[in-house]
Write a protein that binds this ligand. Structure first.
Ligand code: FE
Length: 234
């Protein structure tokens, strides 16, 4: 089985959010899809380990925001790679509370929907929630949606471990191994720092060793600190 075949399936990236007992939470999902138009219904797949999934199970409501192509890395980091059990994800961002009470992320969102759950399907490791649309709006009609393929290829992002599309980072590391030492990987998101490429986004020139990166350098994908990187052994 060639794991790379999975990467030819296309997905968008969305913040899926919910509310329970005044606690707001959300996560980045790439398995959001419209299943019917009349009535408007969406399906979302959530890991059973996902805190937001627990909340949706109990509240029966969720909102989703379609992220734009140039979504800030701190949004990817907060919603994609941190647990709502540890942090309040929405406090640093602009959001509004929808009709269902679920928070709707407005920063870097080009459209949003709110849904009430009509069915849940147990998929083993994941739960499929199907929800009827009760509200929605367009924020930026010219905005281009962020796709998983673009995020993966251009931003070198890897799916968080709860994502249905997660491919074991160790397997990818095997494939990424080269004769060049001193590559490091982000323990939070799996991004690989390659000295041969540097980090153009943060103005780090090609050829810069990981050890020579400034101490305040952070992962260009998820915002994790330098200390959260591990050396890839060849
Ligand atoms: Fe990272």
């Amino acid at each position: 089985m060639n794991l790379e075949a999975y990467f030819k399936i296309t997905y968008g990236l969305y913040v899926v959010s919910s509310v329970l007992d005044n606690k707001l939470n959300g996560f980045i999902s790439n398995t959001v899809f419209q299943v019917t138009a009349e009535p408007g219904q969406f399906a979302i797949a959530c890991s059973k380990n996902n805190f937001t999934a627990d909340m949706i199970m109990q509240s029966n409501v969720f909102a989703l925001s379609a992220l734009q192509k140039e979504t800030r890395t701190d949004i990817i980091g907060a919603f994609g790679y941190r647990s709502g059990k540890d942090i309040e994800k929405f406090v640093n961002f602009n959001y509004k509370i929808g009709k269902t009470g679920a928070p709707i992320l407005l920063d870097d969102s080009i459209a949003w929907f709110e849904c009430v759950v009509s069915q849940t399907v147990d998929m083993g490791s994941h739960i499929l929630f199907i929800g009827k649309v009760v509200d929605g709006d367009l924020i930026d009609s010219a905005g281009e949606p962020l796709t998983y393929a673009w995020y993966r290829d251009v931003k070198k992002g890897k799916a968080p471990k709860n994502a249905p599309t997660f491919i074991d980072a160790n397997k990818l590391k095997e494939q990424a191994k080269t004769n060049f030492p001193q590559k490091y990987t982000c323990n939070a998101c799996g991004h690989i720092y390659d000295p041969a490429l540097g980090d153009p986004e943060h103005g780090i020139p090609t050829g810069t060793r990981f050890e020579d990166l400034p101490e305040n350098w952070v992962c260009p994908v998820c915002g994790a600190e330098k200390t959260e990187f591990s050396r890839i052994e060849n």
